[in-house]
Design a protein. Sequence first.
Length: 286
Amino acid sequence: MSKSTNIQASDIRNVVAEIDDFGHEMRVGHLIRGVQGMQTHHGGTYTDPVTQKPRQFDYRCSLTNGSACLTLAIECKNLSQSVPLVMCGTKRAETESFHDLIEARNGLFKRRSAIISGLSSVTRRASQEHSIYRPGEFVAKSVVRIQADKKPMAREKDTDIYDKWAQAISSAIGLAESACTFPKGATPPKFFAAILPIVVVPDNVMWAVSYDDQGNISKDPAQTDSCELFVGKEIELGEKKTPHFHQFTFSHVHFFSLAGFGSFLSKIAGDPQAWARLFAVESVEL
């Protein structure tokens, strides 16, 4: 006979509510499901392209408008306000100001001096003023956790937040591979896909610290609801030494608070100009 314990349902509820990892994940899902037409997959597994081991994702979502599809690889990370997330960065350089799109093709197309018929894909790049990542804007280069409830304040291990944004990229790689093929029912000869890796944290836990070129903090740290981390993660799609082979780069990982993520979804789903900027007609084939 097992020994009796003094644990009550209220005890478990209080602990779970304080940790609140799944609650945060569900609140993120509530925002996603509020977007009309958004196709959402909550939880599932994929094969990590590096380790070849199965991993779980939090959300994979897609929103289609005409011949363009926005796909999101979303990871949720519940953080305490007492251990804030500090995004350290500077002005974005021109070489960092770009985002890649995948153009899936069905028909007869020229690619690297070869004529390809049937299904194929290429990478297109929108750069500088045509990109959603403009030169001169703030971009994070380092992510730091601070133990604000300790005196003096101390740096906390940031491996958990690194794991989250690395996992968002790993999940996004599979989405990029899928984007190279035509979605079911698509009829135009070209179909465009944008794939964004995203990490969503609670409100009031993310701060931005901006540095100048001399390494000095240029202004006081401030709370923020959104921030992009430059990663420049290059992947390979298609078989090497064939006309179908092309490279694709995830230039940034998006970090949002709950409020910031909600604003992003509302803008991208309801603002034609934001959608047009994402799928820039000025993008060029690489």
